[in-house]
Design a protein around this ligand. Structure first.
Ligand code: SF4
Length: 773
């Protein structure tokens, strides 16, 4: 009797937190069983990897009566050593909110409201629409757009479903927006994707360079580790290369304010000085690399004055950086969006890796090029092969042998997997607008905030015949535009596996029950695949999915065959490669100085400096760059609901250099109109003397849900690189002027449908949850 009452109490407690008026419904019987099983105890404890950035902090969760109450860093976790930042620490405030999506919903037309339906109806309706579209237009008329927040189990099922069953490679991820250039850079220079070092290398390094990353705000726990290392060893140097004097740069021993978009010039200038001063590791270069002579000639024949002028810093400063690299015993470079979000992002990665090869600073403790990932499982998505040119286990769709291996493993007829690379993120939304693509399935991401050129994105989603969105929350800017909404279990509500920036593969535990009928992402996709009539999706658990997936990594560079679900549960985390169950995992790659290329050598790739796609002119004379702030993450779907985080960073703004502001007649706090060829924003001015002249900065977190004309991506350009296909978020031309008129109406072409009024700010009051503490 007591137990029954406790169950009722739990359900009422959850219902009061989870259900919106419009989605009140009786829980489905099948989910009720699971709900009660997890929540009947008064308290529970478990560990899960933080769902925000790619640092991969392991967090301990404490719950009471099915509600997450407290979170703290796990002391012996290799990624965070007990550390946690404000985003992780405030997770209890953002899980049990009243805008959780708790039941599948559909609408027949876009001028209707969504209405709750059963899983069976939602998945059958979706399957039947997909079947009609595929029958009429072929498999390449549908696409899956996922996320670095999806766990590896979900990514694997999506890949098997779309690439191995529907027969289209139109699967991509928002990792395309942050990591694609790093993937292409590692692969072309070293033979395979994957950061060679691990976080423990920080403590073994005497020179740390942070190039194009505001680590102090975007990867704070890792940056704290750098600060702690320097505090214990004051001789250790930190060089930060960034056009903005960020919080990261403030902590550096040397800040190099490279001109926006000019990283390759600076890298080539440093390389040339290293060669001229004979700071080359000749033994390593001779025995472990190829292409050095071409690279040497390329640099020595380059126009030195031109390199310095384009780099935008003095020759003396470049000389200082080169000297410090030359004398470093162990040199580690962290880099992120500042290099990757460029139409020549892959070339920037190659040019940086050239410097590590030149000095032999790779494949040894404390050294190497370390690409930071922005999301908790961006690395896992790369391993599983969600990007449109990939297959699981670092295989590629344009390789006949790779296709045949995967088809055999999936028990599919030869030829099932298409040889054509699919549409990438930006290409998908262009194809939706032109009508080439008819249906899109979006999971765990909010493209109506995060993609560049948002007016185009909204036009594209408006033209789509079918938009399916799988998310934990509703409304978001993207769920508002969906035809079908599928509720997912999120962090703390499901088990799942993810890989952090340092190749550390970790399992996360379920501690509380998901709201209502929400399911883990992998299960939604597997149920849908069965509704489509495909074989091979009758998984009984996430562990079964994982164990099937790792078989496809056997013998590959990211070999995880020894990381069975049962072993991971015991060990909690392992670094790949880990080819057998008795293998301890691999902390650092390439310690034998052999690389996964045809001749086992790494490759020097000379890259000429290339400018951004859109440069300032008389009409748009300034440069816009975008990025993150400490308190928020991505499109505020979670962090925008934490009063503590909102208090710290309440709203969007534009940072302007004081001299530029004075010339334009702008003062601090004044509203400015910021215009590019694609849109107009109205934002308050913040003065920042740490910016390069002519550069303005807008954080990309705020979307339409938090106010009109504040989303940075209404201005950004959707130009993409030729190979990595990553968009150039870090550079486009804009103009600024004091705002004198009333807010302009959003132009008609940006409207999706008649039922798509501008969204109002909805900061959720979570005080009810807090009172439970
Ligand atoms: Fe760690 Fe990043 Fe989460 Fe902060 S947001 S707790 S640094 S994983």
């Amino acid at each position: 009797m007591i137990l029954i009452e406790a169950r009722h109490e739990t359900r009422n407690l959850l219902a009061s937190h989870f259900l919106q008026e419009e989605t009140l419904y009786p829980f489905e019987q099948e989910r009720e069983t699971a709900l009660v099983t997890v929540c009947e105890g008064q308290a529970a404890r478990g560990e899960a990897i933080c769902p925000y950035c790619g640092v991969g902090c392991r967090l301990e969760i404490e719950s009471e009566r099915g509600v997450v109450m407290r979170v703290k860093g796990v002391a012996d976790a290799p990624a965070n050593l007990g550390g946690i930042c404000a985003k992780g620490a405030t997770l209890p405030q953002v899980i049990h909110t009243h805008d959780r999506l708790a039941q599948p919903q559909i609408r027949e037309s876009r001028d209707q409201r969504h209405r709750p339906v059963t899983w069976e109806l939602a998945l059958e309706t979706t399957a039947s629409r997909f079947r009609e579209i595929i029958a009429a237009h072929g498999p390449d008329s549908v696409a899956f757009y996922g996320s670095g927040q999806l766990d590896s189990e979900a990514v694997y099922v999506a890949s098997k479903l779309f690439k191995g069953s529907i027969g289209t490679n139109n699967t991509d991820s928002n990792s395309r927006l942050c990591m694609a250039a790093a993937v292409a850079g590692y692969r072309s220079s070293l033979g395979a994707d994957g950061p060679p070092p691990c976080y423990a290398d920080i403590d073994l390094s005497d020179l740390l360079i942070v190039w194009g990353s505001n680590m102090a705000e975007a990867h704070p726990v890792t940056f704290d580790r750098i600060k702690a290392h320097r505090k214990a060893h004051p001789a250790v140097e930190l060089i930060v290369i960034d056009p903005r004097r960020t919080q990261t740069a403030e902590a550096a021993s040397l800040h190099v304010p490279v001109a926006p978009g000019s990283d390759i010039s600076l890298m080539n200038a440093i390389g040339r000085l290293l060669i001229e001063h004979d700071a080359v590791d000749r033994r390593f270069v001779a025995s472990c690399t190829r292409g050095f002579e071409e690279y040497r000639k390329f640099l020595l024949q380059s126009d030195w004055d031109g390199l310095v002028a384009r780099a935008g810093v003095s020759a003396a400063l470049i000389q200082t950086v080169a000297e410090r690299i030359a004398r470093a015993r162990a040199w580690l470079t962290f880099y992120c969006m500042g290099l990757n979000q460029s139409t020549v992002g892959m070339w920037k990665n190659n040019s940086l890796i050239n410097l590590h090869l030149l000095t032999g600073q790779i494949g040894k403790p404390g050294a190497g090029p370390f690409s930071l990932t922005g999301q908790p499982n961006a690395m896992g998505g790369r391993e599983v092969g969600l990007l449109s040119h990939q297959l699981p286990g670092y295989r590629f769709v344009d390789d006949a042998q790779h296709r045949a291996e995967v088809e055999r493993y999936w028990d599919r007829p030869a030829g099932t997997i298409s040889h054509r690379p699919g549409l990438t993120a930006i290409e998908m939304f262009r194809a939706l607008e032109t009508g080439k693509l008819k249906a899109i399935w979006i999971a765990a991401t909010n493209p109506a905030v995060s993609l560049p050129d948002l007016h185009q994105v909204r036009r594209a989603l408006g033209k789509a015949e079918l938009v399916v969105v799988q998310d934990a929350y509703h409304p978001t800017e993207t769920t508002r535009l969906a035809d079908v909404l599928l509720p997912v279990a999120q962090w703390s509500e499901k088990t799942g596996t993810s890989t952090s920036s340092e190749r550390l593969v970790s399992q996360s535990e379920q501690v509380v029950a998901p709201p209502g009928a929400a399911l883990p992402d992998w299960e939604i996709l597997a149920r849908y695949a069965q509704a489509m009539g495909y074989a091979g999706f009758s998984f009984g658990s996430g562990a079964q999915v994982w164990n099937e997936y790792i078989g496809l990594t056997s013998g590959r560079p990211c070999d995880m065959a020894g990381m069975t679900a049962a072993r991971l549960e015991r060990a909690r985390h392992l670094r790949w490669p880990c080819p057998s169950e008795d293998h301890p995992g691999t902390d650092r790659l390439y310690l034998d100085r052999r690389f996964p290329t045809h001749d086992r050598r790494a490759c020097f790739l000379p890259r000429r400096p290339q400018g951004p796609r859109e440069t300032p002119d008389h009409e748009f004379p300034m440069i816009l760059t975008t990025g993150r702030v400490y308190a928020h993450w991505h499109s505020l779907t979670r962090t925008g609901k934490s009063p503590k985080l909102v208090q710290r960073d309440p709203s969007a703004f534009v940072e302007v250099h004081p001299d530029d502001a004075a010339e334009l007649g702008l003062s601090a706090g004044q509203t400015t109109e910021l215009t590019s060829r694609r849109g107009v924003l109205r934002l308050p001015v913040r003065l920042n003397p740490g910016l390069s002249r002519g550069l303005v900065f807008v954080p990309f977190h705020w979307g339409d849900q938090y106010g009109e004309q504040t989303a940075a991506n209404y201005l950004t350009i959707s130009a993409i690189g030729r190979i990595a296909k990553q968009p150039e978020f870090k550079y486009c031309a804009v103009r600024l002027a004091p705002a004198v008129d009333a807010i302009r109406e959003v132009p008609a072409f940006a409207r999706t449908s008649r039922s798509d009024p501008p969204l109002k700010p909805t900061i959720v009051d979570t005080s009810a949850t807090s009172k439970l503490a």
